[in-house]
Design a binder for this molecule. Structure first.
Ligand SMILES: [Zn+2]
Length: 390
């Protein structure tokens, strides 16, 4: 037997130094060309690859079988390492199917913020309605899944909105029955059309729960980050999109989208003319960024630790952030295993430690992201140490 008692103390971790991660850092990562490409693929302008098969999403009409679009979304979210639910609430070829991913908050896992939109469509194309929001939500997930937040985030894509908010109602009803503590629902529906140069966007709100807080936060964030957007509050807001399924259950929610109420509507609404060529791309990017700013701000970023002290010995993880390798000084002999995970629990590296005082982990092949290092041996596992790969 090894000196197991000392090893046991190794598992008590105490972070002492942290450095900032900001919402600005997150916003800088919004990739407009990637987002537009997703709109093009979701609206059938370009071919794509779904489950390794080259294909074209010719439509997203739920009554005509929109499973290909559902698979596209599901694959994108799974690739991020997120915990994805494929909720076939109404089985069958033309049945309803919500796809959503959960990113668990590390401090308040029961407090939920939902960013959502419907992926089904009225007819072919329907780029603005609502591939615009689907792509925005997928981009939000891509970036924010690399960070740690205090509160839980759910990235949700609803089915069958166009035939009566069926998917969102199904989810909201179950959430209410389950007592889910949903703090806010940001529902996005048509967010890329701007034709009169005023950069107005609508916040449809009603005096239900704390919905006014979402309105106020969105308005404040426009100023905070200097987005070239002008908020327009619609109160009482329309009930003609998925947020109203949450209002019905007494949850705080708003509709966030282009300036429908002030006469700047997409003229191709619910027609095959609703294609990406009608987008005002700069307006769209700002809308995407504002939605991500809202989620990142409200879910509250958790700063990562760069140094870790162990009692009774000193343990050091350095450099952190790292571009290539990270060294772990155990401060004493250690036998066990180092395992590196993505923030969402996907194991990416594993390394055995055979009675050593330090170890190096080569992270050079991993994508830039925040990772979790777990140190474990036969007596248990350590608190996760966060490592930022640059
Ligand atoms: Zn819509």
């Amino acid at each position: 037997m090894k000196s197991t008692i000392i090893q046991f103390f190794l598992i008590m971790a105490l972070p002492i130094v942290s450095f900032g991660q900001t919402v600005n850092d997150i916003l800088e990562q919004v990739d407009s060309s990637r987002t537009v490409q997703m709109v093009r693929e979701l609206s059938g302008e370009d071919s794509t690859i779904v489950n390794d098969v080259p294909t074209i999403i010719t439509h997203r009409v739920s009554g005509l079988d929109n499973n290909l679009a559902a698979e596209y979304i599901k694959e994108k979210l799974i690739d991020l390492g997120l915990d994805v639910t494929d909720d076939v609430y109404s089985p069958g070829n033309t049945g309803g199917r919500n796809i959503y991913a959960k990113q668990l908050g590390s401090v308040y896992p029961d407090s939920i913020f939902i960013i959502c939109g419907h992926y089904d469509a009225k007819v072919e194309y329907c780029a603005d309605d609502n591939a615009s929001a689907v792509a925005a939500i997928l981009e939000a997930a891509r970036i924010m899944s690399q960070y740690e937040f205090e509160n839980t985030i759910i990235y949700a894509l609803w089915d069958q909105e166009e035939i009566g908010l069926v998917g969102a109602k199904n989810y909201a009803n179950k959430a209410a029955a389950n007592g889910d503590k949903i703090i806010a629902v940001l529902n996005m529906d048509m967010m890329a059309y701007e034709n009169d140069g005023d950069n107005l966007f609508d916040i449809d709100v009603r005096n239900i729960a704390n919905s006014y807080q979402i309105r106020d936060d969105l308005i404040a964030l426009v100023t905070t980050y200097g987005f070239n957007l002008v908020p327009n509050v619609v109160d009482p807001g329309t009930s003609a999109s998925d947020h109203s399924a949450f209002w019905t259950q007494g949850y705080s929610a708003v509709l966030f989208g282009e300036a429908w109420s002030t006469g700047d509507r997409n003229p191709a609404y619910h027609s095959v003319g609703d294609r990406i060529n009608l987008f005002d791309l700069e307006y769209y990017y700002n809308m995407v960024k504002l939605s991500i700013a809202y989620m990142a701000t409200k879910a509250v970023l958790v700063p990562i630790s760069s140094v870790l002290l162990l009692d009774p010995s000193n343990m050091l993880v350095h450099p952190n952030p790292t571009a290539n390798t990270v060294t772990i000084d155990f401060g004493q002999q250690f036998v066990g295993k180092l395992v590196v995970y993505t923030l969402n629990g996907k194991r990416v590296l594993s390394q055995k430690i055979e009675d050593e005082t330090s170890a190096e982990i080569d992270m050079s092949t991993l994508p830039s992201a925040l990772y979790l290092l777990k140190i474990e041996n036969e007596f248990g596992e350590s608190t996760m140490v966060k490592i930022l790969k640059e």
